[in-house]
Design a protein around this ligand. Structure first.
Ligand code: PEP
Ligand code: MG
Length: 893
C-alpha cells in the first residue's frame, strides 16, 4: 500500500487520505504557491498503526525514508549532516481541523553535532540553540508525555537572571545551557536520553502524532465537535523554514476576510522574528497584519495576492499560516476559515455578489444552527449604560466571539465544568490564556475571558467554533490562579464572583447584566433566507399562542400558525378563577354562565391572531391538558385544609373562627374536586378530545369564539382561514363524534352572522393508534399535524415531563440512546409511525395537508426527515422559524 505521498503527488480533494492540512499543502504546491517541500503519511497508515497495536504497518518506514531522500535531493541538504543539515517538522493533520488538539514536533534533525554545524553555517548560535531547545522541550512533552512545568521553570529562571520578559532576548550561551538543562530533565524524568539520531527522532515523532489521535483532548474535542473517531490523522513532514532569523523574518496567521464580521479585508496577526507557536499560543503580544505592510510592503502585497488567489481557488475564505524567512515568504497552511455566524452569512452572500459561488452554494454554506447565533443574547443598552454609570465596566478586550453572557468566575477548566454540571451555575471561565486541555471547561462555560492572546488564539478559535461568547487579550487584567482571584481596574474579584462579558463589543463588566434577544434585521441574513425560501419545498409555520408571538413569527418568515395552544389563554390571572369555577361547576347552568363570561375573552384572543396572520392559515387546537392543571396543587390544598382545621380547633369560640370556617369550607370543596379528578396517569387520562367529549360545552364555546372572530375579521376585510385542530385522537369514532358536534356549532355561528368563512377541521396525530389507523382517521380529518412530543412519549412509553432529568439523561450518558428523542426525532421508531400516518392518510384523502407541530419541528435533522416523508410544512417556535427556513432549503437541495 502507498502510505506516503510527496506534496506534488497529492491534491486538495484527497482530504480523507491526506488529512485537511496535507491535502491543501499538496494543492498549494500544485497551483504554484511557495510551499516548503514535504510529504504526507496517510490517515490509513495511522489507522493501520493503531490496529497493529501501535506498530508501523509494513513498508511505512521504508516509504518515509524514500520520501525523505527525495526531499533531501530537492533541498540539497541531508537530515543529520552537520555540514549541510536538513531540518523537518512533523505535524498532525486530520480530515477535519482540530486546532491544537494533536501533536506537532519542530526542528527534527538537530543534535549536538548538527547544531554546531548549523552555527558554523549560519553564524547565528542564538537561532540554532533556540531551535534546539524547542526540539528537546517538545520531545519531552509530546513524545515522552512529560509535564511542561520543569521546562518552563528553567526558562523562567534564565529570564529572571537576565531581568528580561521575553525568551527571544536570551543570549546564545543561555539557550545552549538551557538545551543541556532540558536534556537533563528528559533523562531524569523519563529515564531515557533525548535521541541523538535524527532518523530515530523522525520515527518517534511520527509515532507520537499517530498516538495523539487517541489522546484525551483529541477524543474530547471530537465528541464535542461530532467528528468520527475512526478517521485517523495524517502526518505532514515538512522542510523547516524559520521565522526567527532576525527582523527580516517572521510568522503570522491571517484570514482572507474578517472572520468576525465578514468584512472583505485580510485580517490577522503577525510577529517579527518568531516561530508559529509564538503566535498561536498568545504568549507574546502579536501585531495586526497591517504592521507587516509598514515593515515589508512588498511581502505584504505578495501575501495579499496569494490570499486572493487562494480564495478564488478554494472558492471560500481561507485561514492561512505563513512564515517569512530572511525576506522570503512561505505558505505553511491553508484551510477554509472558521467564522462567526454573522461572518458566515455575510461572506456567503457577498461571494454570490462577487460571482464566486451560486445562491444554492451560499445557502448550503450556512448551517441552520448558525442562524441561531443571530438570536444570541446581548446586553440591553439600558443595562450597559447603567453598568457604566455604576463604574462596573472593568475593561475592554478583543471581541473575538459574539454574544453576551454573565456567570460566576471559574479559574480553571475543571472548576468550570464542575460548577456548571453539578451545581448548574452559569460560569465564565477566566484564564490567562487557554490551552487544548481546557476545552472541557470552555464547553461547560457560558463564556470565556482571557488576559492574553489574540484573535487567532486558541481561546478565540474554540469559542467561535462552539458559539461561546468570548473576550480575550484583556491585558490590564491580572489573573492569579494561585490566589484564585483577578485584579482589573483596581478591583479584585474572587473566584465565584459574578462577571459579564460581551463578545460582540469586547467589554467586561463586574456583576450580572440582563440580556436581551436582538432583532434579526441583518440585511445579509434576510437576503440569504430569501434565497433559502426559493429552494425549499416545506412550508414553515409557527407555534404561537398570542398575537405578539404571531406577529413576531410572521416577521421572521412564518407562513401560518401550525399550533395555537388555547389552554395558555386560560391561565391568565383574571381568567383562571373563572376557569376553575367552570371546571368545578355543579350544574349545567353554572357552567354555561362561566363559559359565557369566558367567550368574549377567547374571541378577542382569536381576533388578535387572525389579524396578525391576515391571509395566512391559523391552526387552533382545542383545549388539551388534563383539567387538574388548572386547579391548585393537591398536596398544597391538603396542607392548607389541615392547617385551617388546626387553627380552628385552637380558636374554637373566638370571633375570628367564623371567617376561618368559611375559608375551610371553600378549601375543602376544592380539595374534594381535585381529589375526584385525580388520575394515576394524567397524561394518559382525561385530556385532549376526551375532555371535549366529556365537557362539550367547553369546546363548543371555543369553536363559537373562533367562528365569531373569523366572521368579524371577514367583515373587517381581514382574510381568515381557521383550521380547528382536535388533539389526542386514538380512534376515528372520537373524531367523528367531536367533529359533528363542533361543525354544527360552527355552522350555527356562520348562520347567525350571515357569513361563510373557509375552514377545516383536522386532528393531531400523537398516539400510535392514530398513526396506525390514519386511513380511517382521514375519513374525518381534513388535515393532520403530528404532535411529536406526545407521539414520542407514547411510542417510547417515556414520560415527557420528567424523564429528561431522570433516567433518560442516564441513558444518554451511557449511550443507550444516541440522542434525546424529545429533542431530535427518533426517525426509526416515531418516524416510522409518521411515515405510515402520511401514507395511510393520503390513501384516503390524496390531498391531505400534513404538518408537524411538536418541538421537533424546529430541529434541522427532523426537518430533513419531514421533507423526505412528504410533509407539507413544519411548525416551530417563532425564534426557530429562520432556522427552519434554512434547514428546509438544505433538505431540498
Ligand atoms: C405534541 O404533543 O407534540 C404537541 C404539539 O402538543 P403538546 O406539546 O401541547 O402536547
Ligand atoms: Mg400533544
Amino acid at each position: 500500500e502507498k502510505w506516503v505521498y510527496l506534496f506534488d503527488e497529492g491534491r486538495g480533494d484527497m482530504k480523507d487520505l491526506l488529512g485537511g492540512k496535507g491535502a491543501n499543502l499538496a494543492e498549494m504546491t500544485r497551483i504554484g504557491l511557495p510551499v516548503p517541500p514535504g510529504f504526507i503519511v496517510t490517515t490509513r497508515a495511522c489507522n493501520a498503526f493503531q490496529a497493529e497495536g501501535n506498530q508501523f504497518p509494513e513498508g511505512l518506514w521504508e516509504q518515509e525514508l524514500a520520501a525523505l531522500r527525495t526531499l533531501e535531493k530537492r533541498m540539497g541538504r541531508t537530515l543529520g549532516d552537520p555540514g549541510n543539515a536538513l531540518l523537518v517538522s512533523c505535524r498532525s493533520g486530520a480530515k477535519f481541523s482540530m486546532p491544537g488538539m494533536m501533536d506537532t514536533l519542530l526542528n527534527i534533525g538537530l543534535n549536538d553535532e548538527v547544531a554546531e554545524g548549523l552555527v558554523a553555517e549560519t553564524g547565528d548560535a542564538r537561532f540554532v540553540y533556540d531551535a534546539y531547545r524547542r526540539l528537546v522541550q517538545m520531545f519531552g512533552t509530546v513524545v515522552l508525555g512529560l509535564p511542561h512545568e520543569p521546562f518552563e521553570h528553567v526558562l523562567e529562571e534564565y529570564r529572571r537572571q537576565r531581568g528580561i520578559q521575553n525568551d527571544a532576548a536570551l543570549p546564545a550561551e543561555d539557550l545552549k545551557a538551557i538545551t543541556q538543562a532540558f536534556q537533563r530533565i528528559v533523562r531524569e524524568k523519563s529515564g531515557r536520553d533525548f535521541p541523538k539520531e535524527p532518523l530515530e527522532q523522525l520515527r518517534l515523532a511520527t509515532e507520537a502524532v499517530f498516538r495523539s489521535w487517541n489522546g484525551k483532548r483529541a477524543v474530547d474535542y471530537r465528541n464535542a465537535a461530532g467528528i468520527a473517531h475512526d478517521l485517523g490523522t495524517a502526518v505532514n513532514i515538512v522542510t523547516m523554514v524559520f521565522g526567527n532569523r532576525g527582523e527580516d523574518s517572521g510568522t503570522g496567521v491571517v484570514t482572507t476576510r474578517n472572520v468576525s464580521t465578514g468584512e472583505r479585508e485580510m485580517e490577522g496577526d503577525y510577529l517579527a522574528n518568531a516561530q508559529g507557536e509564538d503566535v498561536v499560543s498568545g504568549t507574546r503580544p502579536t501585531l495586526r497584519i497591517a504592521a507587516l505592510k509598514e515593515q515589508h510592503p512588498k511581502l505584504h502585497a505578495q501575501l495579499e495576492r496569494i490570499c486572493q488567489k487562494l480564495e478564488r481557488h478554494f472558492r471560500d475564505v481561507q485561514d492561512v499560516e505563513f512564515t517569512i524567512e530572511r525576506g522570503k515568504l512561505w505558505m505553511l497552511q491553508t484551510r477554509d476559515a472558521k467564522r462567526t455566524a454573522q461572518a458566515a452569512v455575510r461572506i456567503a452572500v457577498e461571494l454570490v455578489r462577487e460571482r464566486r459561488i451560486t445562491r444554492k452554494e451560499a445557502v448550503l454554506r450556512v448551517k441552520p444552527e448558525q442562524v441561531d447565533f443571530f438570536l444570541h443574547p446581548r446586553f440591553s443598552s439600558a443595562e450597559v449604560k447603567a453598568a457604566r454609570e455604576r463604574g462596573d465596566l472593568l475593561a475592554t478586550g478583543l471581541n473575538v466571539s459574539p454574544g453576551a453572557a454573565s456567570g460566576v468566575v471559574a479559574l480553571d477548566a475543571d472548576t468550570a465544568e464542575r460548577w456548571s454540571k453539578e451545581e448548574k451555575k452559569a460560569v465564565i471561565m477566566v484564564r490567562p490564556e487557554t490551552k487544548p486541555d481546557d476545552v472541557h471547561g470552555m464547553l461547560a462555560a457560558r463564556g470565556i475571558l482571557t488576559s492574553r492572546g489574540g484573535r487567532t488564539s486558541h481561546a478565540a478559535l474554540v469559542a467561535r467554533q462552539f458559539g461561546k461568547p468570548a473576550v480575550v487579550g484583556v491585558s490590564e487584567m491580572e489573573v492569579d490562579c494561585e490566589k484564585r482571584q483577578l485584579t482589573v481596574a483596581g478591583r479584585v474579584l474572587r473566584e465565584g464572583d459574578t462577571v459579564s462579558i460581551d463578545g460582540t463589543t469586547g467589554e467586561v463588566f463586574a456583576g450580572r447584566l440582563e440580556t436581551v434577544i436582538p432583532d434579526l434585521s441583518d440585511p445579509h441574513l434576510l437576503e440569504l433566507l430569501k434565497w433559502a425560501d426559493e429552494f425549499r419545498e416545506l412550508g414553515v409555520y409557527a407555534n404561537a399562542d398570542y398575537p405578539r408571538d404571531a406577529k413576531l413569527a410572521r416577521e421572521l418568515g412564518a407562513e401560518g400558525i401550525g399550533l395555537c395552544r388555547t389552554e395558555h389563554m386560560f391561565f391568565e390571572t383574571e381568567r383562571l378563577p373563572r376557569v376553575q369555577q367552570m371546571i368545578l361547576a355543579r350544574t349545567d347552568e353554572e357552567r354555561a354562565e362561566t363559559l359565557a363570561w369566558l367567550l368574549p375573552f377567547q374571541r378577542e384572543d382569536f381576533l388578535g391572531l387572525f389579524r396578525a396572520m391576515d391571509g395566512l392559515p391559523v391552526t387552533i387546537r382545542l383545549i388539551d391538558p388534563p383539567l387538574h392543571e388548572f386547579l391548585p396543587n393537591h398536596d398544597e390544598l391538603l396542607h392548607d385544609v389541615t392547617e385551617l382545621e388546626t387553627r380552628l380547633e385552637l380558636l374554637k369560640d373566638k370571633p375570628e373562627a367564623a371567617g376561618l370556617e368559611a375559608r375551610l369550607v371553600q378549601k375543602r370543596r376544592l380539595l374534594e374536586a381535585v381529589e375526584s379528578m385525580r388520575e394515576t396517569n394524567p397524561m394518559l387520562g382525561l385530556r385532549g378530545v376526551r375532555l371535549g367529549i366529556h365537557l362539550p360545552a367547553l369546546v363548543r364555546m371555543q369553536v363559537r369564539a373562533i367562528f365569531e372572530a373569523a366572521c368579524q375579521c371577514t367583515r373587517e376585510g381581514v382574510r381568515v382561514f381557521p383550521k380547528v385542530m382536535i388533539p389526542l385522537i386514538a380512534h376515528s369514532n372520537e373524531l367523528r363524534v367531536e367533529k359533528e358536534l363542533l361543525e354544527a356549532e360552527a355552522r350555527d355561528v356562520m348562520k347567525e352572522q350571515g357569513l361563510e368563512v373557509a375552514y377545516q377541521f383536522g386532528t393531531m396525530i400523537e398516539i400510535p393508534r392514530a398513526a396506525l389507523t390514519a386511513d380511517q382517521i382521514a375519513q374525518e380529518a381534513e388535515f393532520f399535524s403530528f404532535g411529536t412530543n406526545d407521539l414520542t412519549q407514547t411510542t417510547y412509553g417515556i414520560s415527557r415531563d420528567d424523564a429528561e432529568t431522570g433516567f433518560l439523561s442516564e441513558y444518554l450518558q451511557k449511550r443507550i440512546l444516541p440522542e434525546n428523542p424529545f429533542a431530535t426525532l427518533d426517525q426509526r421508531g416515531v418516524g416510522a409511525l409518521m411515515e405510515m400516518g402520511v401514507k395511510l392518510g393520503r390513501k384516503t384523502r390524496p390531498k391531505l395537508d400534513v404538518g408537524i407541530c411538536g418541538e421537533h419541528g424546529g430541529d434541522p435533522k427532523t426537518i430533513a426527515f419531514c421533507h423526505r416523508i412528504g410533509l407539507d410544512y413544519v411548525s416551530c417556535s417563532p425564534y426557530r422559524v429562520p432556522i427552519a427556513r434554512l434547514a428546509a432549503a438544505h433538505a431540498a437541495l
